[in-house]
Design a protein around this ligand. Structure first.
Ligand code: ADP
Length: 362
């Protein structure tokens, strides 16, 4: 038997608890009801004791009591069972329930004690979080759909405009001064830039809506890197770009897409490389081609390293030429669709090294 002191200590704990503590017989008849149960469910101890615990179980959840009593009869505990109970005035409460068997001196189960914690607030927060998550997903889907439509609609007139400017530039009878020719050429270049920005937006929608297909062919990656880099070197002749390529790296990839990967990395190395030397290397390691683009420019802080591969993410330390923050995201999608990986090693102020690993065959 428990000493009198211990009994009064236990009853003080039960009386002052914020959790509802209730005991019941094996038939579910309430035998004790603490002040927290009064506050939580709205019935006084006098009203509740002697009644069935089903009093606070909503009609559609009545079968739960059969389950709880079955567990208790078997001498088992029901732990942190999240459910709903109803108060005297019909309000629904989210609660976490723990029910334990009560045994007599011989160890025979004679009833149950249950502790109910009001988790309405926690559940409310969970519901709010879920609603916010859904709203965010919906907003993102809306954004992607808008981008898809806008890019598609902008592309056709823009392509036509690029063609018209090209025709104008090549017109045999065009009597333009060198200054005017320069203006025409610059306008066409800006149009070209606009076209490639729109192409990037279209890539977002292709990946997003699962229409991003690869057209594989066998080609020499070293030759492609040489060709792509040359294009950049001509436009940026002041920047020392050196190549360290294995003589032939043959594999099966989507040529245009891999050109896009190399172009993105090299153009970033130029954009963020502060005019310092850039080294591009490529070799075969086991059954992979490994391409490395190293610059000695701004570098990227460790906090930003993960997010630069996300969509529309830019590191806003400097207002370098107005990109969309899509290049690396698209690079990653292309490389991963080929079954490869792209990683970056970088430190602020110490330049960056991007490493692409591509399986030689798909
Ligand atoms: P964009 O260049 O259009 O902003 P990217 O997706 O290509 O988009 O790059 C995302 C961000 O990653 C850039 O805004 C830049 O802050 C950072 N970044 C990319 N490449 C480099 C690099 N070589 N050195 C330093 N920062 C880089």
């Amino acid at each position: 038997m428990l000493s009198e002191g211990l009994v009064s200590l236990l009853s003080a704990i039960v009386n002052s608890s914020d959790d509802a503590i209730v005991s019941k017989t094996l038939d579910g008849i309430i035998t004790s009801w603490n002040p927290a149960a009064e506050r939580m469910f709205g019935y006084t101890a006098a009203e509740a004791i002697g009644k069935s615990i089903r009093l606070i179980i909503p009609p559609e959840l009545q079968s739960e009591e059969n389950y709880v009593l079955d567990q208790i009869r078997r001498g088992e505990k029901v732990d942190h069972f999240e459910t709903v109970r109803q108060t005297r005035d019909g309000r629904r409460l989210d609660i976490s329930l723990t029910v334990s068997p009560i045994r007599d001196a011989d160890g025979v189960v004679i009833g149950a004690s249950k502790t109910a914690r009001d988790i309405t607030e926690k559940k409310e927060m969970e519901r709010e979080r879920e609603t916010t998550r859904l709203q965010l997903a919906e907003a993102l889907a809306g954004r992607d759909e808008f981008i898809a439509v806008a890019a598609h609609e902008l592309r056709n007139p823009l392509n036509a405009l690029v063609l018209l400017w090209q025709l104008l530039e090549r017109m045999p009878g065009l009597s333009a001064t060198p200054a005017e020719r320069k203006l025409i050429e610059r306008s066409r270049m800006q149009l070209g830039r606009l076209s490639s920005l729109i192409d990037r937006l279209m890539d977002v929608t292709r990946v997003r809506f699962g229409t991003f297909d690869l057209y594989r062919e066998t080609f020499d990656l070293a030759a492609l890197i040489k060709e792509t880099t040359n294009r950049f070197a001509i436009q940026n002749c002041a920047i020392p770009i050196s190549l360290n390529l294995e003589s032939r790296i043959e594999g099966s990839w989507d040529r245009l897409r891999i050109d896009q990967v190399v172009s993105n990395l090299v153009s970033n190395a130029i954009k963020y490389g502060n005019g310092k030397p850039i080294v591009i290397a490529a070799s075969v390691e086991a059954d992979h081609a490994v391409v490395t683009v190293r610059d000695n420019g701004d570098g990227i802080s460790s906090a930003d390293l993960d997010r630069i591969f996300e969509r529309f993410e830019r590191v806003a330390t400097r207002a370098k030429s107005g990109g969309l923050g899509l290049g690396l995201w698209i690079t990653k999608q292309i490389v991963e669709t080929h079954g490869g990986t792209v990683v970056v090693e970088s430190e602020l102020g110490k330049g960056s090294t991007f490493v692409v690993r591509l399986p030689l065959r798909g």
